[in-house]
Write a protein that binds this ligand. Structure first.
Ligand code: IVH
Length: 670
């Protein structure tokens, strides 16, 4: 039909124009036609495609509006793993990175491709014969989620490669993020619609990318920047050439990228981007340095899950000024009184901060934080915000030093502080509802008796209504008591009771840990359990006997003895046993000397298990897990996103195991 023929031509002409516009707008940042014209063309194309569905293909710009929701995302196996980067936090670390690289390559000088480190989400885009066919999240690096439908809606991701349909197969990697101004505008809209606002651009991007309904994603202002390819083809000799090529193929790449020479070049670039940072349209959390020559990258290779040829130089934690609206104290499980600054809300390190810990009385005195003060607040990533310092020149006349309360704000018991401790404590013990709540939460926590559903809201109510005084009371609860509580339907009450029932069967070390003896953490609890073998031996142990347990020193021994000298603590244990809480007791055996014990340090995320599980596995075989790397470390187990511990291990020459090697070793290690 002649009619269709001319319409086919018109449709393809419009598509070309829209693509070109997209390219100029998103890649070149140089729009050529007004928005109204774009909209007109778009509407006309929709009209044509509706009238002649055979005219539309998966690469049409009209396909960016989203499609009906899916019930879940399919897993996608990455053809080459999506790796993480090691981090550097100082110029010195960067200098030694360059030294290592030069030494390994045995060359005088190395050129680096340098780029901003986007604070978004890593994704992989697959193109077959020039068409976008699949997009996936990074996931654990090996397997991600298929979010093709969502990524189709991202305007800056080309649905078809520009001038390169001869490329059979291409995997592009990069980051999805949201520009700050788009984020603000979107939150404005959310606010106006009475909907939930997002904390920061990164969270907003993450939430939008993982929408099961891609029509929602389509309304979110996501952007994409490419930083590499899955596998480079032989025609490209350097990272710089790869990025130039991606730009030609229609992908946005960071305008701020550059190529520099040697460590000096890296330092200069870091400072330059640091100064530019606030003026960039998107958030970055550092810069990435990559050995430019791909041939050299190959020689350098990988350690565990991170390349030796690249490193991320992170910016220090962000700081902002704000005012102290008040200072409160919180009461912890062991009665520790922690002063907390209530702040005028301030956006720092990617989130709004309203509280910051002042740690303890000495810290508070040292910084002399007062109500009304203007203070510097620091926050890095997901770390707890803290008050760094006070701007004395801004201190109002009325500001007076903060006095630590002499009595607990919760139970009015005296606050005491022993001369050798930095921490002041409420002396109320389990009489204090705040401590009781914390003690119960600790008792129920995952590594203790693991009572699922026993969270803060429930414990608050149980204590406030005087239904529960000690952990033993938990086992006296019935449906009647529970279903009378807020947010507690009969079903959830039944779940809690089932969880309590399940928790009755436990192990000795979990039980000891659950008691919440001040100095007894999980690892000491394990040592005590295997050394003494039974709860009665523990209760009756003298300070000397306790001290003969590996890793138990005089301070810990004394605090354990003190705990069991309190008759009410022993009574709770008796009641718990009467309530049916049980474990297998042993005969007790010395921990040391039975196996050739090695010291492990865990870093990064493992694929097959959580950190706790890995720790249990190691300790179950009679080995130890330490928190930091030293010369005495035998093995560092490096998972995904391993950080500075890995670098330290490499520096000290400690053996590094990847997950597979680690599991192999564990199999044969008893
Ligand atoms: S290169 C083999 N370049 O950082 C190296 N990564 O810690 C692969 N990231 O999840 C990464 N900006 O998504 C590279 N310019 C950049 C980056 C970048 C952000 C992210 C990446 C990855 C994480 C690695």
């Amino acid at each position: 039909m002649a009619n269709t023929d001319s319409e086919r031509r018109e449709a393809s002409e419009i598509r070309r124009k829209l693509e070109e516009h997209n390219y100029r707008y998103y890649v070149l940042d140089d729009p050529s036609i007004p928005d109204a014209e774009y909209d007109r063309l778009f509407r006309r194309l929709v009209e044509l495609e509706v009238a002649h569905p055979e005219l539309s293909g998966t690469d049409s710009p009209t396909m960016r509006v989203g499609s009906p929701p899916v019930s879940q995302f399919d897993p996608v196996q990455h053809r080459t793993p999506m790796l993480s980067l090691n981090n550097a936090f100082s110029d010195e670390e960067v200098t030694s990175f360059d030294e290592r690289v030069r030494k390994t390559l045995d060359v005088q000088n190395v050129d680096y491709a340098v780029e901003p480190k986007f604070d978004g989400l890593a994704i992989s885009l697959t193109y077959a014969n020039g068409l976008f066919v699949r997009g996936a999240t990074r996931g654990d690096g090996m397997t991600g989620e298929d979010v093709t439908a969502n990524l189709r809606t991202v305007q800056s991701i080309p649905l078809r490669l520009v001038k390169a349909t001869s490329i059979r197969d291409l995997e592009v990697r990069g980051e999805v993020l949201m520009f700050r101004r788009d984020f603000e505008a979107m939150n404005e809209r959310q606010r106006a619609a009475g909907e939930k606002e997002f904390v920061n651009p990164r969270n907003a991007a993450a939430g939008s990318l993982r929408q099961l309904d891609s029509r929602i994603t389509a309304r979110r202002p996501l952007r994409f920047f490419a930083y590499g390819v899955g596998e480079a083809d032989a025609a490209r000799k350097s990272q710089t050439e790869v990025l130039d090529w991606l730009l030609d193929l229609g992908f946005p790449v960071a305008k701020e990228r550059s190529r520099v020479s040697g460590a000096a070049g890296l330092h200069t670039y870091f400072n330059k981007i640091g100064a530019l940072r606030r003026n960039l349209p998107y958030a970055i959390d550092g810069v990435v340095y990559k050995v430019d020559r791909l041939e050299w990258q190959d020689i350098l290779g990988f350690v565990s899950r991170a390349p030796r040829y690249a490193i991320a130089h992170k910016f220090p934690a962000e700081e902002e000024l704000t005012e102290v609206a008040g200072i409160d104290v919180q009461v912890g499980r062991t009665g520790a009184i922690t002063p907390v600054a209530r702040l005028k809300p301030v956006f720092v390190g990617g989130a709004t901060v309203t509280n910051a810990t002042l740690h303890n009385e000495d810290e508070l005195r040292r910084k002399d934080v007062r109500v009304g003060d203007t203070v510097v607040v620091r926050r890095a990533g997901d770390v707890i915000p803290e008050v760094v310092s006070v701007l004395l020149e801004k201190r109002p006349k009325y500001a007076v030093p903060f006095a630590m309360p002499s009595h607990c704000p919760i139970c009015s018991s005296a606050v005491t502080r022993s001369p050798d401790e930095a921490v002041a404590r409420c002396s109320g013990g389990l009489y204090c509802p705040a401590q009781r709540k914390q003690a119960l939460l600790h008792f129920a926590s995952r590594r203790a008796l693991d009572i699922e559903g026993m969270g803060e809201k429930l414990v608050d109510q149980l204590v406030d209504r005087e239904l529960v005084h000690t952990p033993a009371d938990l086992y006296k609860l019935g449906v009647a008591e529970l279903s009378g509580l807020e947010r507690m339907a009969e079903k959830s009450a039944a779940n809690v009771l089932a969880a309590l029932e399940k928790s009755r069967r436990t192990t000795l070390h979990r039980f000891i840990y659950a008691l919440g003896i001040r100095t007894v953490g999980e690892s000491t609890a394990r040592d005590l359990a295997s050394h003494l073998g039974s709860i009665d031996r523990l209760i009756g142990a003298s300070v000397e006997e306790l001290e003969s347990t590996p890793d138990v020193g005089p301070v810990v021994a004394r605090s354990i003895r003190q705990f069991f000298d309190e008759a009410h603590n022993v009574k709770v244990i008796r009641e718990l046993r009467e309530a049916g809480v049980q474990w297998e007791e042993g005969t007790g055996r010395p921990v040391k000397g039975t196996v050739k014990s090695k010291t492990f340090v865990l870093t990064g995320t493992l694929r097959a298990m959580t950190r706790d599980e890995a720790r249990a596995l190691i300790e179950g075989k009679g080995h130890k897990v330490a928190g930091s790397v030293s010369k005495r470390t035998d093995y560092v187990v490096a998972g995904e996103e391993s950080g500075s511990k890995l670098a330290k291990a490499a520096d000290l020459g400690v053996s590094i195991l990847d997950e597979t090697q680690f599991l192999k070793l564990m199999e044969g290690s008893e």
